[in-house]
Design a protein around this ligand. Structure first.
Ligand code: TRP
Ligand code: SF4
Length: 326
């Protein structure tokens, strides 16, 4: 088991089932004394700078999501990036040694610009997104970073930046490994990847009734226009969730779908009957926690103090190595 873990999410929205299965459930496995879970509000600002008013509210919502999903602030450090100014400072220092070409060829950079249509992302801050992420990771001397596959280019850049710094000055930073989540991409209501930008999510803050309603709206195999049409469960998002939440019956569901022996409506009901009991305790815990906003703020403030103690030490070493300050 790797020692020090760091990961984070951007507070651009409340978290959804995809975040839970793809990230939080994985984080929980590594949770312990030496794990750091961040809310990356500076990173949110790189794309939301023109509609920034939601960021503050989402910071609180995301902490509530973290806690409701079972992260425990007594076991790990839950903190807010902007409350630890060392992130911004190390990011500036690392920006001095990061070649522009590394940032320009970063595949997620081009993907995001294409995906986030309507936002002007031709900014210094957005190009420097991976430099800030490298600072997040390197400040804590993380051994490993649990992330989804889409973050691999950022992790590789963080390692390259660490190597370059250590080579130019002296060895200050550790090269962190990625820990990839095993759960495959979680489909949303429309069958595309579950993502806030597609508006196809089931949120942790959705009530059991809302979850049921959303399941009934899900797309199924388009080949099943009529009840008698034979289906292909492998292309159906409803089936995907059967394989996670209704494992005991997954083979029967697939067989009956292929033979047109079950209708999509009944199939959805069956799936919702397994999904809802899984989400309901999280929803209820979420409501309890949300009623104690002061506690939520305290978690962040205390966590950020703990984080700062670690970050300040690394930053001092890095500045000294680079010959900045007195
Ligand atoms: N870029 C990550 C994402 O979009 C969020 C993030 C910011 C992050 N800093 C990090 C993840 C450091 C891991 C480690 O999901
Ligand atoms: Fe999907 Fe179930 Fe319909 Fe098959 S029967 S297409 S698995 S919802």
């Amino acid at each position: 088991m790797p020692k020090r873990i760091l990961s984070g999410m951007r507070p651009t929205a409340k978290l959804h089932l995809g975040n839970l299965l793809g990230a939080l459930e994985n984080w929980k496995k590594f949770e312990g004394e030496d794990s750091f879970f961040m809310i990356a509000d500076w990173h949110a600002l790189t794309t939301e700078y023109a509609s920034h008013t939601a960021i503050k509210a989402n910071v609180i919502e995301v902490v509530i999501d973290y806690l409701a999903a079972g992260l425990d602030p007594n076991r790990s450090t839950i903190f807010l990036q902007s409350l630890v100014p060392e992130h911004a400072e190390l990011s500036l220092l690392l920006s001095m040694i990061t070649p522009l070409s590394w940032l320009e060829r970063n595949p997620t950079y081009k993907d995001q610009i294409a995906e986030q249509k309507g936002k002007d992302l031709m900014t210094h801050g957005f190009l420097g997104y991976p430099v800030l992420q490298a600072a997040d990771i390197l400040l804590y001397q993380a051994d490993a970073v649990p992330v989804g596959e889409d973050q691999l280019p950022h992790l590789e850049l963080a390692r390259e930046i660490a190597r370059r710094f250590n080579h130019l000055y002296r060895k200050v930073f550790k090269e962190a490994e990625a820990i990839l989540t095993k759960t495959p991409k979680i489909p949303g209501l429309d069958g595309r990847k579950m993502s806030k930008s597609y508006g196809n999510t089931i949120d942790l803050s959705d009530s059991p009734e809302e979850v049921d309603k959303k399941v009934m709206q899900m797309v199924t195999d388009p080949a099943r226009k009529r009840r008698e049409d034979k289906g292909h469960p492998e292309v159906c998002p409803v089936y995907f969730f059967h394989t996670i939440f209704n494992k005991d019956n997954e083979k029967t569901v697939a067989k009956e779908c292929r033979a047109a022996e079950r209708g999509c409506v009944e199939c959805k009901h069956e799936m919702a009957n397994h999904l809802t009991p899984f989400l309901k305790p999280i929803y209820e815990r979420r409501r309890e926690i949300a009623a104690r906003r002061d506690h939520v703020r305290d978690v962040l403030i205390e966590g950020s103090k703990k984080a700062k103690a670690v970050a300040a030490k690394t930053l001092a070493e890095a500045k000294d190595a680079a010959g900045i300050g007195i």
